[in-house]
Write a protein that binds this ligand. Structure first.
Ligand code: SF4
Length: 315
């Protein structure tokens, strides 16, 4: 089976995820997925709390919400840290010329992407809301099209599937933008169009109309339009049923080689994947086995069958 080459996505990652003992209690979070990610992506580790000079170990910091005004503080020392954290976040994120994604530590007042607790101002503070930490808030604002997740959400196979797919499609598009040509755009489009249709059939129709403009408009203008549509298509995860249906041509292609029991097992797997009971990647793995066994790997033409390096799905 021919190997697919992938452009490595650039991913900003919280340093305490399996990389450095920089948490407030001097610990490092064990997270083996990062080991696999390191092989297939360009990681940019960052610990915003260390960067603003809090040291390790350190007293806990909290976000207070006072009538809508957020304040990052270290109650044990009385230090106010909002300005320092916002300034670091702006500078660090501005220094990233490009990034396809972020993998940030959940619940942190700096790195949490959506579930960080906010407290009121009482002597025994109560939770008054949740939202992103201050570093993550800047990342979400400055990179609205990036694939942003935390380690807890990535335990969900559907979330991980979508995150990885987005990362590798966006990285391939970055590579195309660096050396643009009509031929390279056509290759990118042909490789991804079946995947895009599984994500969003209607918007993929729009993308085809953008491709038709190649004969009339400058390449740069077409690329701009293409990119806008691409982000809209990848904004939400594909429905498992749509992904499973999109892969049915591969089954048709190999079905003649399969015996009755194999065909029955495939149909059962399709039901499980379409209902979300099993990850769609299980069908991919099966198709790849057939491709090796029967040496007729028509699937390598389409990213639908290999949207990202296989080992990343198995970690
Ligand atoms: S969550 Fe962010 S700020 Fe906290 S230790 Fe991890 S990397 Fe550092």
């Amino acid at each position: 089976m021919a190997r697919t080459s992938f452009t490595k996505p650039i991913i900003v990652i919280s340093k305490c995820l399996n990389q450095a003992a920089c948490r407030w209690d001097g610990d490092c979070l064990r997270y083996p997925f990062v080991r696999a990610l390191r092989r297939y992506a360009l990681l940019v580790p960052v610990c915003p709390e260390m960067e603003i000079g809090l040291g390790c170990p350190r007293e806990k910091i909290w976000i207070f919400d006072r009538d809508g005004r957020l304040s990052l503080e270290q109650p044990a020392t009385g230090r106010k840290l909002t300005k320092a954290m916002r300034s670091f976040a702006r500078h660090h994120i501005r220094s990233l010329a490009e990034a396809e994604g972020f993998l940030l530590k959940s619940k942190s007042p700096s790195c949490g992407i959506r579930d960080t607790k906010r407290f009121d101002n009482g002597n025994s503070p109560r939770i008054v809301g949740r939202g992103p930490g201050l570093y993550a808030a800047q990342a979400l604002k400055s990179f609205p099209e990036a694939a942003v997740e935390d380690e807890i959400r990535l335990e969900n196979p559907r979330v991980r599937e979508h995150w990885l797919t987005r990362l590798y499609v966006l990285a391939a598009f970055r590579s195309l933008r660096k050396r643009p040509s009509v031929g390279r755009l056509e290759t990118f489009h042909n490789r991804n169009v079946v995947l895009f249709a599984a994500y969003n059939r209607k918007r993929t129709g729009g993308l085809k109309r953008v491709m038709a403009l190649l004969s009339e408009e400058p390449l740069e203008d077409v690329l701009e339009r293409y990119e806008t549509n691409l982000h809209l298509i990848l904004k939400r995860p594909a429905r498992p049923k749509a992904m499973v249906e999109a892969m049915s041509p591969a089954y048709e292609h190999y079905a003649g080689h399969l015996d009755k029991a194999e065909r029955r097992a495939y149909r059962k797997l399709v039901e499980e994947c379409a209902s979300g009971e099993a990850p769609v990647n299980e069908i991919r793995k099966l198709i790849q086995v057939w491709a090796v066994r029967y040496d007729k790997d028509f699937t390598r033409e389409h990213s639908l069958y290999r949207p990202y390096p296989g080992p990343l799905a198995q970690e």
